[in-house]
Design a protein around this ligand. Structure first.
Ligand SMILES: Cc1ncc(COP(=O)(O)O)c(C=O)c1O
Length: 304
């Protein structure tokens, strides 16, 4: 994706020009992957723009940082305000939001604790991440030959920049094999997630998704879909699943802030088919929630 330029980036408490948001080549995070980040979306609603689950995202950001002993100089509330300010100043009605905290310049070596911590927030327009076609008809995905990062190696619960080397391996391989996205299994062979999305299957009317304990990110879209489904009276299970359950599922879809809710049309060349009724229903309700069209989920929206 080529990056559309906007006017300002929030950098350590100050709004700076896009082109001036630079770091030194000896920035710790460039060498050792010592950063944490978030991916969030702001949507246009009938009554103005709103960010979906902004406070929850900034709480996860703070938790990721804390697990890496990174002290942020800003509270969750400060960062929520900073995101809103950055959207306003860039005059965007809808956008993708990328907060990043990283170990900065001044220290080298594998103990990052003495290095300073920098925080930035960038925003830019980003429409559908996996394409309109995938949204409507389902994408083809393939189980990766790469394994999911491990809970005691690169903990998937931490949204750390270093973790995404693993996602990148899997994404590149999937694309080279003609798939839109990869599914990663953990070392025990259990289904985990995509490179930047959680995964769900529907079988005999029951919705299931892998549990956090199998090594997946606790996705906020995952959480939203589970809540919306339960509100509809659909049984929802967070349970381990094996690869063949993907092949025999009635419906499969993936969720993420960037990807939103994307149906899966085939897994490893085995057809699942066009989006099924539960996927379509949940997809519709998700978009109604993010666009402020369902008052039941108004609390998830942070108005700009
Ligand atoms: C590896 C991974 N899994 C799942 C997700 C989905 O999480 P969320 O719905 O909070 O964006 C993401 C995106 O952040 C991710 O990078």
């Amino acid at each position: 994706m080529s990056l559309p330029k906007t006017d300002k980036i929030w950098m350590d408490g100050t709004l700076v020009d896009w082109d001036a948001a630079q770091v030194h080549v000896l920035t710790h995070a460039l060498h050792y992957g010592s950063g944490v980040f978030e991916g969030i979306r702001c949507y246009e609603t009938a009554t103005g723009s709103a960010v979906f689950r902004l406070t929850d995202h900034m709480k996860r950001f703070e938790r990721s940082a804390r697990m890496l002993f990174m002290d942020l100089d800003y509270s969750v509330e400060d960062m929520v305000d900073a995101v809103k300010e950055t959207i306003r100043v860039n005059r965007l009605k809808h956008c993708y939001i990328r907060p990043l905290a990283f170990r900065g310049y001044g220290v080298m070596g594998l103990d990052p604790i003495p290095a300073p911590v920098n925080v930035i927030i960038a925003v830019w327009p980003w429409t559908t991440f996996l394409g309109e076609e995938a949204q409507k008809h389902g994408m083809s995905v393939g189980v990766s030959s790469w394994r999911q990062r491990t809970v005691n190696g690169h903990p998937p619960a931490i949204k750390a920049t270093a973790n995404y080397l693993n996602s990148s391996f899997a994404r590149v391989e999937a694309n080279r094999h003609g798939y839109a996205e990869a599914i990663l299994l953990n070392e025990a062979g259990m289904v985990c997630e995509g490179t930047g999305e959680n995964i769900f299957i529907v079988k005999d009317g029951i919705l299931a998704t892998p549990p956090i304990s199998d090594g997946v990110l606790e996705g906020l879209t995952r959480d939203s879909i589970m809540k919306i489904a339960r509100d509809k009276g659909i049984e929802v299970q967070a349970r381990s699943m094996v690869r063949t359950e993907l092949y025999t599922a009635d419906e499969v879809f993936m969720t993420g802030s960037a990807a939103e809710v994307v149906p899966v049309g085939s897994v490893d060349g085995r057809a699942i088919g066009d989006p099924g009724p539960i996927t379509q229903d949940l997809q519709r309700s998700f978009f109604a929630a993010v666009r402020g069209e369902d008052s039941n989920y108004e609390a998830w929206l942070d108005r700009i």
